[in-house]
Design a protein around this ligand. Sequence first.
Ligand code: GAP
Length: 460
Amino acid sequence: MNNTEKTMDQIINLCKNRGFIFAGSEIYGGLANTWDYGPLGSRLKNNVKDAWRKRFIQERRNSYEVDADILMNPRVWEASGHVASFADPLLDCRECKMRFRADNLIDDFDPDAHADGMSKEQMFQFIKDHHIPCPNCGKHNFTDIREFNLMFQTFRGVTNDAKSIIYLRPENAQGEYVNYPNVLRSMRAKLPFSIGQIGKAFRNEITPGNFTFRTIEFEQMEFQTFCKPGDDLELYEYFKGFGRQFFMDLGLPGENLRFHDHEKLAHYAKAACDIEFLFPSIGWGEINGTHDRTDFDLGRHQEYSGQKLEYIDPFTAERFVPYIVESTYGLDRTVLALLCQAYDEELVDAEKNDVRVVLRLKPSIAPIKAAVLPLSKKLAEPALAIRDELAKEFMCDYDETGSIGKRYRRQDEVGTPFCVTYDFDSETDGCVTIRERDSMEQVRLPIGEVKAYIAEKVKL
Ligand code: GAP
């Protein structure tokens, strides 16, 4: 199935019914734009994090991971520019009182209009000139466009005064920047080197979410490379390609990925490019960003903290504030893209109109690697013993209810690459049947060889 033939509703239903993603606070009617990952969703997410860590932290030279606090000194967000300029251009419909992002209204009305290159005034004029209707009530009666800061505020201590305001971080990056001098010193790092982090970020997004594509709480995997000024543009091009390859290796095919160079740049960037994925129902959407942030961030932190953040070149003794090239990945969007890409409906038997739903996740990121299925409940004991042995190596499921065919289908739906069937012959020949998800082919193996056989095929 092509992604354009799938719908987001199919993906959402599978996620809700099969333990991947549930509506946040569901028994209370939910909370808009929040989602909870279930047993399989959280495994999938962790597998993507492991793949990212392996590729970005473990395999790369001069790469260091940090785990900075979500709450930071509020001066960080003044220095970073977020207090002054991290805002969305919003307008309200005077008729139905719904609130919209002006750039989204324009892009949905005319995808070729490129609202990201327009000023607030140009966006207002465009909406007026084209008489763009309210997507909710169809009328055209909007307020002026106002800038709304996206940062969540909270208060420290017991008084709700302005002095005690702190922010939930809207991006991971600043946690990596403020730790630049600590990592430099403690790890005896030399330029170019990188600091990466996986963690939560929070944004007061008002636009309806498209499932987990746009949420108010989400996870980022961010990677900052500190370099000499002048080396930045080469690194910027390099990380565009590196990011694309990472997605392809996770299982997103090249034809469903594209680069989108930014016309209007964020306050910190000299160059910026997104990697977009072709989502069902949503269309092309950003899953990654590469940003040449120059010396903006460290320069500002130097100014606001009063601490010297210069690098002294060990060979030339030259002093300078390093440039930063950022490669940032939305973890939730990556997981959503992988689920969308993997979802497939396959006609198994045309005469019987037998269609199987199969999640063709790469075995290395599939939440469950193997399911052990005894042919009869009478065989539960030896089958459970195999399950327990395999579970020492990778995530396993065990299922003894329903016909074997139905059990295979249940595992197909959640992307389990291997089913291990223990039958009555196993009692005498000491072998089990291993059925592969995509080809549905079966091989018979001695029980003692199963662990190594599967482990080899599911490793990252
Ligand atoms: N440090 C730079 C930065 O935060 P960004 O483009 O604003 O850049 C990086 O965000 C990535 O985080 C995006 O490519 C996207 O995948 C993800 N992201 C941003 N806002 C999000 C939201 N509201 N919900 C889910 N993911 C989001």
